[in-house]
Design a protein around this ligand. Sequence first.
Ligand code: AMP
Length: 286
Amino acid sequence: MPDRPLRLALPNKGRLRDPSLRLLRDAGLSFEQTQRALSLGVRNADIEFLFVRAENVAEMVADAVADLGITGLDLVEESDRSRDDIRPLVRLGFGHCELTVAVPAGVAHDLPENFSGLRIATSHPNLTERFFERHGVEVDIVRLRGSVEVAPKLGIADAVADLVSTGSTMLVNGLRQALSILQSEAVLVGPSAGGPEIVTVTTAIRAVLEGRRRRYLLLNTPETSLPQVTALIPGLEAPTVIPLAQEGMVAIHSVVDRDEVWNLLPKLKAAGGRDILVLPIGQLVT
Ligand code: AMP
């Protein structure tokens, strides 16, 4: 490890920038947020952020210019650097999208072999080529940097391989999704042989992600309802049960999955729970 702050390469713009900074702030790092800075020191840790294009993050980590990075899994997989240099360390739960092969709406192709000899426009040439190679199909890759989805209309490609999240851009451009190449989301990427200093960052980030998936639940209930209520909320180990000043009443604290809260609330109430509070969890290390 060089004698300098730990460098974290982050997207300087685009859809991954703001959620990346939010995650790092939630992980406990304190920093000034400015739009134009190329690098930024963290106040409360020996860490420096380097703001670069999302597609350059993997390369910077592979070259050890940065020690860690945040970018799309698609861009890590697309980069020419092998698994020997870099690897995705943590899936970050935002920037979800799918690298999809799409065809003009009237075209019925649905199997990789249907694309044999066709021209496919993409800004992910490596992933697209590898996908068709895996299926033993030879295609003609047309490398484009942006606006991939207009290529069929312009007559420069028969199909596209592009990122889709809602699918509305494809629809507007008269395209239909035919094949899926990769499910992507933002990832923390690091060197294949990372040092111990990286564990501090991954632990704090994982703790945020664990916290976001869960809620802290507090409620009061008569002691007689305890078995029914605790059966609904087993918690991480077991729920905390605290006697209240009022005889025969207890408070229960527990951690529950965020997605279950919706169904749990009426069941808890029916089981005898009252004064139910649902609170967010900043970080959770299990
Ligand atoms: P941007 O800088 O905004 O073009 O973002 C680039 C990265 O954001 C992509 O490489 C993906 O990992 C991710 N992303 C998430 N959703 C989408 C989408 N619908 N279109 C393009 N990129 C997306």
